[in-house]
Design a protein around this ligand. Structure first.
Ligand SMILES: [Zn+2]
Length: 268
């Protein structure tokens, strides 16, 4: 029977606890590698969703623009039976599918820690496949994030943020003037949760509340970015996986070249 050597294991992301992002667990699985199978680096996020119901059938709730000096209360209503549970399922499965398995990191030639040696003594340098696992938590204590979700009344424009959603955030919107490119709030907000900032702020610094006119992008390519006002994925979105790869291997994040296509293990 083959012994399984758990060389890597779970990384609990350390550093400042960011209210708006960058908090997750990760693990690097290298014991399934072979001549054609890369290592898997999975980022795990668990969210505790809090269902917000008004005391009566309808009520009001402050949206993302709500401040003591500038109140922004929007009409909400009680969730219909099953509606909240359906929202949670669609939100987690949709955002997971958007971010899961989209990026590959090429192992630099200087690193042999992910090498696979075949029974014929051939050595393969395995790369890293970037996986994402997003699920609803069973309690706040179990979760990386707590997100409140309101049922806005139909037709109401409820402005969300990373910790406050409405039922409309899993529907597509069109946010770029004179363009048909669509935007899905949950793809974007989960991008913040894995640690990404807005495209126009250099991306890697997570300045969630930067709503400067350029934060969501200036050029068409930037605006089309999921961390702008669109839904395109770009290499820079692999930053959280590159940072995790550095934590696991000691190889600098910037030394892991990003691919948006499968790159097989390389015979050394
Ligand atoms: Zn944002």
């Amino acid at each position: 029977m083959a012994e399984i050597d758990f060389k890597f294991g779970t990384l609990i992301r350390t550093g400042p606890k960011l209210k708006y992002g960058g908090k997750w667990d990760a693990d690097l699985v290298d014991w399934k590698t072979d001549a054609t199978t890369n290592a898997f680096l999975t980022i795990f996020i668990r969210i505790w969703f809090v269902k917000i119901d008004p005391a009566a059938a309808t009520g009001s709730y402050g949206d993302s623009d709500d401040t003591p000096t500038n109140p922004s209360k929007k009409p909400i209503q009680k969730w219909k039976p099953g509606e909240f549970e359906r929202f949670v399922r669609n939100m987690t499965s949709g955002a997971q599918a958007f971010w899961d398995g989209q990026f590959w990191l090429k192992t630099p030639k200087s690193y042999n820690g992910l090498n696979y040696v075949s029974p014929h003594r051939h050595t393969y340098r395995c790369n890293i496949y970037c996986k994402f696992d997003l699920k609803a938590a069973n309690s706040a204590a179990d979760a990386h994030y707590t997100i409140a979700v309101v049922r806005a009344q139909d037709g109401v424009n409820f402005r969300s943020n990373a910790v406050l959603y409405s039922q409309n955030d899993i529907k597509s919107e069109q946010m770029i003037p004179h363009s048909t490119v669509k935007f899905w709030t949950h793809y974007h907000e989960v991008g913040h949760l894995i640690g990404l900032g807005h495209v126009g702020t250099g991306g890697v610094t997570n300045v969630h509340n930067d709503n400067s006119p350029t934060a969501y992008g200036v050029t068409a390519q930037e605006m089309n970015d999921v961390m702008g006002r669109g839904h395109s994925r770009h290499d820079w979105h692999a930053t959280p996986w590159r940072e995790a790869a550095e934590a696991f291997t000691g190889v600098k994040a910037s030394d892991w070249a990003v691919f948006q296509r499968h790159i097989p293990p390389e015979r050394v």
